[in-house]
Design a protein around this ligand. Structure first.
Ligand code: GLN
Ligand code: ZN
Length: 757
């Protein structure tokens, strides 16, 4: 059997690409220096792949910023506003990625969107009616040649024509169909050029095929490939899918003239059944994605070898593959010096996954692998894990009753009680939690972390900041205050570090978008709270003001979604464990006099299954109850807020209302406020604070502008339900613009109150 991977992380072992690219952005280095580092990264990686014994080594999986943007550029899909800047090729590319402000003009970046169900974000390319799709670039060829010069023959990877057409944003009147002739020609040319270079295999990534597909989608897919494959000549084409199964097109895609088909056996729940029920064509190579490309746990050889042997029984000789690109896991465990080997032996980052592929390849070729050392060692890993199980936590989860998910009294009654309790003005004003994280605040945290200052000094400094922050909010005239979150560097990491059951890496970075990487914490075992995590800060803050102080927590679904989850228990079970821990904190805050508690669910949408048909039974049916579990124990007069970082919830609006929070704030300033219509249509009961200005930009919104937004909101939202707030936390903003913006926001609220009286 042979081995393959779909793609490799590209920022470099220690994020070299990030640093050098940012230097280029700051004009500290030249294009040549940037390209030189990129070249070295590619060289190092190809050599690692080659040395691991991998049979299919990818190229063109590298990107200076984003591979969707690379593909759009390759085919000349560049909006005219960027072309008009008349910049060099690379600067046009970066202008699309990050926006451009300078001598040549002023344009915003393209929109960014989550890549399927991952935390990677791609640039959404735009296509205009005038766009002429054609093969316009040379990147895939250049990288193939570059590897050839190193003596490495690669399998170039390009985003497939169907997925590309589906992901494009059509800004004119033309649709995907209208561009199909042109794009067929462009892809055919691409294959022809590769043919001239003598490549053997070319991989087209078509993850879009794992969505629910319409008849029209399938027809389009078939038509595109019938045409493109007609001119493939000697080049072998691998159709690669991932992030799920291809139940809607399995037979159709096997009927096409592909030489290889890549299927995901990890996230594709139906993949194995599909293959067993329908068979697999003898003249094609099956690339079986059996090593998880998205999570950091060691592969379970027993399970994997079982899948491979089932395929063998069907007389299929698969290529052992990862389930998706390794882009979604950190580079290597070798960078981790602080985790014990008891932990690390259970993990497998990108580089270690190469080792797993090699081991699996060896094992599968043996008649009896059961007595082989790698197999025995691997099996043992799944028998026991140190400090992972906590009987008390498991008992508590098993004892959860249906009634624990229901808060009493009902919303309507609470709404009345809380009106009495808080006596807030009409259109109450508040913020989302964090205030600007200035350099001194970050320095204080770092100094404490490094042991350079004592705990007392650390607390003293933060208390001073809290006091200043409260004085400022009072002066601005906000109604419900926050303490500012100066003790937090990240809304998930902060809680993860305090919860039992979590592990932290040092350098396990994963690309989130462009030059930005995140370092998700790892859920190692059963999660519980050992002591209060936020109470002292909130209580201190409340002691400084007559106004109501909001307690500030992160919700269980968001904590889970931004961590590497366990694979030995379900996501639901892990989330319930976290929910119980946060529930304890909620009750603790209440017991200590905190009357409003905000539980952020910034990432609730993140793990929504790709197929709509799975949304409820596989996700929302436990994610929403998990949130309710957190707050169902509070008194009627305690007000529960939640916050979400996006307004895309028209399609799950009833689920959001079912979280049964008293107030929800969300991003709305950048969307066209269409969410308002659906709030109205659905009789949304929860009070709402659609963000009135965009905190992602340093711009200060004028009073009039905020008034306009508010008036629009009031056309759809009952006056008794509207809150006024920015659209997200303020931690990335500067202090001056923050104060000015909030002042304008409060002024707009006051005008509105006067008008409606
Ligand atoms: N309370 C958090 C903050 O204000 C929420 C952040 C978020 O939604 N991403 O920073
Ligand atoms: Zn937010």
């Amino acid at each position: 059997m042979l081995t393959s991977i779909i793609g490799y992380p590209r920022v470099g072992k220690l994020r070299e690409l990030k640093f050098v690219t940012e230097k280029y952005f700051r004009s500290e280095i030249t294009v040549d220096e940037l390209q030189q580092t990129a070249k070295e990264i590619r060289k190092t990686q190809w050599n690692i792949l080659k040395d691991s014994g991998l049979d299919f080594i990818p190229s063109n999986d590298f990107s200076l910023y984003d591979n969707v943007l690379d593909t759009a550029s390759l085919f000349n899909i560049i909006p005219s506003r960027y072309k008009e800047l008349d910049l060099s090729e690379i600067d046009t590319y970066f202008a699309m990625a990050r926006g451009y402000q300078g001598k040549s003009g002023d344009v915003k970046a393209l929109a960014m969107k989550k890549w399927f169900n991952t935390n990677y974000h791609y640039m959404v390319p735009e296509i205009e009616d005038e766009t002429e799709i054609r093969l316009a670039g040379t990147k895939p060829f250049d990288e193939f040649k570059e590897a050839s010069l190193l003596g490495i023959k690669t399998k170039p990877v390009v985003i497939g024509v169907f997925t590309l057409l589906k992901l494009l944003r059509y800004t004119g009147s033309k649709s995907a169909e209208d561009f199909s002739e042109e794009i067929i020609k462009a892809y055919s040319n691409l294959i022809a050029e590769f043919g001239k270079l003598g490549i053997e295999w070319l991989q087209f990534d078509e993850p879009y095929l794992v969505y629910d597909l319409t008849k029209e989608d399938i027809t389009l897919f078939e038509r595109l490939y019938k045409n493109i494959l007609g001119s493939k000549g000697k080049v072998k084409i691998l159709l690669q899918t991932y992030f799920g199964d291809v139940r809607d097109v399995y037979n159709q895609l096997n009927a096409l003239d592909f030489d290889g088909v890549g299927l995901d056996f990890v996230e594709g729940k139906k993949t194995l059944d599909l293959v067993k029920a329908n068979g697999f064509p003898k003249d094609k190579l099956l690339f079986a994605g059996v090593v998880n490309g998205k999570n950091i746990w060691r592969n379970n050889y027993k399970k994997t070898l079982l899948i491979l042997s089932e395929l063998k029984e069907k007389e299929i000789n698969p290529v052992i593959n990862t389930s998706c690109s390794l882009l979604h896991v950190p580079y290597t465990l070798k960078n981790e010096t602080k985790l014990s080997t008891e932990c690390t032996r259970h993990f497998s980052f990108a580089q270690e996954k190469l080792g797993e592929l090699a081991e699996l390849k060896k094992l599968v070729e043996l008649d009896k692998f059961e007595y082989e050392e790698p197999f025995i060692a691997n099996t043992r890993l799944f028998e026991h894990r140190e400090n992972c199980y906590d009987a008390d936590v498991q008992k508590r989860v098993s004892e959860i009753q249906e009634s624990d998910f229901i808060r009493h009294p009902l919303f309507e009654e609470r709404e009345k009680i809380q009106k009495e309790e808080f006596k807030l003005p009409q259109f109450p004003t508040t913020t989302i939690g964090s205030f600007p994280q200035t350099a001194d605040i970050k320095a204080n945290r770092t100094a404490y972390r490094k042991g350079e200052i004592t705990e007392e000094e650390y607390i003293e400094f933060n208390r001073k900041k809290i006091a200043e922050c409260i004085a400022m909010q009072e002066e601005i005239g906000l109604d419900v205050l926050v303490h500012g979150e100066f003790e937090r560097n990240d809304m998930v990491e902060y809680f993860g570090e305090k919860l039992k059951g979590y592990l932290f890496s040092e350098k396990a970075w994963v690309q989130s978008y462009g030059t930005r990487c995140v370092k998700p914490p790892i859920i190692w075992g059963d999660v519980s709270r050992t002591k209060a995590m936020t109470v002292s800060w909130s209580v201190y803050a409340q002691s400084l003001t007559e106004k109501t102080m909001k307690g500030m927590l992160t919700g269980p679904v968001t904590i889970l979604n931004w961590s590497f989850p366990r694979e030995d228990i379900s996501l639901k079970e892990s989330t319930y464990q976290i929910a119980l821990a946060i529930r304890d904190e909620v009750l603790d805050l209440q017991a200590n006099g905190i009357k409003i508690i905000q539980i952020d669910e910034a990432a609730l949408r993140e793990k929504l299954p790709l197929r709509k048909s799975d949304w409820y039974n596989e996700y929302l049916d436990w994610a929403i109850p998990a949130f309710r579990l957190v707050h169902s124990g509070v008194k009627a007069k305690t007000q529960i807020h939640t916050h979400m970082c996006y307004s895309e919830f028209t399609d799950i609006i009833s689920a959001i209302d079912n979280m049964d929070a008293d107030v929800i704030t969300f991003e709305a300033s950048r969307s066209d406020l269409q969410i308002l219509d659906s709030l109205k249509e659905n009789n949304f009961k929860t009070q709402v604070g659609p963000g009135v200005y965009d905190i992602h930009s340093p711009r200060i919104p004028s009073v009039e502008e905020i008034q306009t937004a508010l008036n629009k909101m009031l056309e759809k939202i009952n006056t008794e339900k509207l809150w006024i707030n920015p659209d997200c936390g303020l931690k990335t903003r500067g202090e001056t613009e923050t104060t000015a913006s909030l002042k304008n926001m409060v002024a707009a609220a006051k005008i509105l109150r006067n008008e409606s009286n």
